[in-house]
Design a binder for this molecule. Structure first.
Ligand SMILES: CC(C)(COP(=O)(O)OP(=O)(O)OC[C@H]1O[C@@H](n2cnc3c(N)ncnc32)[C@H](O)[C@@H]1OP(=O)(O)O)[C@@H](O)C(=O)NCCC(=O)NCCS
Length: 277
C-alpha cells in the first residue's frame, strides 16, 4: 500500500493532497492516523494487482471525514472509484455530517469524481515551501513572542475560532499536541492574545499549521514577528532543510507574508466538501 501511494502521489494526475510527497512525509502522515490503518484503509485488487487505495480519517468532534482517495490506477477508473467509495462509506459513522476530498489541481479524474458525487469546490490551496538556504532576512518590530501557557487558553481559543472557524484542529486539540516538536507561539499585549503561530518539527521538515493575528492588530508587524520566531525554531535542528505549509491561494495577505520570507509555491491543491443527508 505504501509503495502504491508513494508512486502515485508523485504524479500530479493521481496526487492526493493529504498525504504529502515522498516516502518520509507519507509514512509520517500514515503514522498520525487516529485509528489503526487496518480500520482506516480499504484496498481494491484486480487479480493479483493492487489497483486502488482508499482511506478515511474522521473526527466526531468536528463532524468531518477526510477521504484519502480515490487513488485508482486502472482503465475502469470511475467504476472502481465509485465502488471503493461506497465501501469506505461503511466505515464512517452516521454522526459524521461532512466528507472532504483534496486533490492536486491536475487530478482531473478526481475532480470528475467530486462533481459526480455532488461535492462542492471548497478551497484552492497553494502548498508553499521554504528551503533553509532560501530564507530571507526580514527585520521585524520589537514585539515579544512567548510560548503558550494555560492562562492564555480562553484568549487563544476565541482568536482561533474567530480566524479559523470549523478548521481541522480545535484550540483544545492544538494545546494537547504541544511537546518538544509542536510549538504554540503567542503575542500578548495587556493580557490579550493578539496573535499565534502553531507549527511543528517532523524528522526532516517543519510544518506551519496555523498563523493568525487579531483583525484589529493586523498590519503592525505581529504576523511577521510570529512567523520569524517559528521559522527560527523549526530550523534549529540541522537535519530540517525544509518548511512547508498549505494556504488558500487567494489569501493575498498570507501569500505575501510567506513570500517575504522566501517561500515559493510547490503545487496547487483543490478541496471539495459534501454535506451528508
Ligand atoms: C496573514 C496574517 C497572519 C498577517 O498578519 P499581520 O500581523 O497583519 O502581518 P504583518 O503586519 O506582520 O505583515 C507582514 C507582511 O505580510 C504581508 N501582508 C500583511 N497584510 C497584508 C495585506 N492586507 N495585503 C497584502 N500583504 C499583506 C506583507 O508582505 C507584510 O509586509 P509589509 O508590511 O512589509 O508589506 C493576518 O492577515 C491573518 O491573521 N490573516 C488571517 C489568518 C490567515 O490567513 N493565516 C494564514 C494562513 S495559515
Amino acid at each position: 500500500m505504501l509503495e502504491f501511494i508513494i508512486r502515485h502521489n508523485q504524479d500530479r494526475e493521481t496526487h492526493i493532497g493529504y498525504y504529502g510527497k515522498g516516502e518520509t512525509e507519507i509514512r509520517e502522515t500514515l503514522a498520525e492516523f487516529t485509528r489503526p490503518l487496518t480500520e482506516s484503509f480499504l484496498l481494491a485488487w484486480q487479480g493479483s494487482e493492487l489497483v486502488s487505495v482508499f482511506g478515511v480519517e474522521y473526527d466526531p468532534e468536528i463532524g468531518r471525514a477526510w477521504l484519502y482517495g480515490p487513488q485508482v490506477v486502472s482503465p475502469d477508473w470511475h467504476a472502481i472509484a465509485d465502488e471503493h467509495y461506497a465501501a469506505i462509506e461503511e466505515l464512517i459513522p452516521e454522526s459524521i455530517h461532512e466528507h472532504e476530498l483534496f486533490f492536486d489541481i491536475n487530478n482531473k479524474r478526481g475532480q470528475e469524481f467530486a462533481a459526480r458525487h455532488a461535492f462542492l469546490a471548497h478551497s484552492s490551496d497553494a502548498v508553499l515551501f521554504l528551503e533553509r538556504d532560501a530564507l530571507k532576512l526580514v527585520s521585524t518590530v520589537p514585539v515579544q513572542v512567548c510560548d503558550y501557557n494555560e492562562t492564555f487558553f480562553s484568549g487563544f481559543e476565541a482568536l482561533h475560532q474567530h480566524i479559523f472557524p470549523r478548521t481541522y484542529y480545535t484550540a483544545s486539540q492544538i494545546v494537547e499536541k504541544l511537546d518538544d516538536n509542536h510549538r504554540l507561539l503567542l503575542v500578548i499585549e495587556a493580557g490579550k492574545v493578539l496573535g499565534y503561530h502553531f507549527c511543528k518539527r517532523e524528522s526532516q521538515s517543519g510544518y506551519i499549521d496555523f498563523i493568525g493575528t487579531d483583525p484589529a492588530a493586523r498590519g503592525k508587524g505581529l504576523g511577521a514577528a510570529l512567523l520569524k520566531a517559528g521559522i527560527a525554531w523549526m530550523f534549529e535542528p540541522a537535519q530540517i532543510r525544509l518548511i512547508e505549509l498549505t494556504v488558500n491561494a487567494n489569501n493575498q495577505a498570507a501569500m505575501q507574508l510567506y513570500q517575504k520570507f522566501g517561500f515559493a509555491a510547490k503545487h496547487i491543491l483543490c478541496g471539495y466538501r459534501k454535506r451528508m443527508a
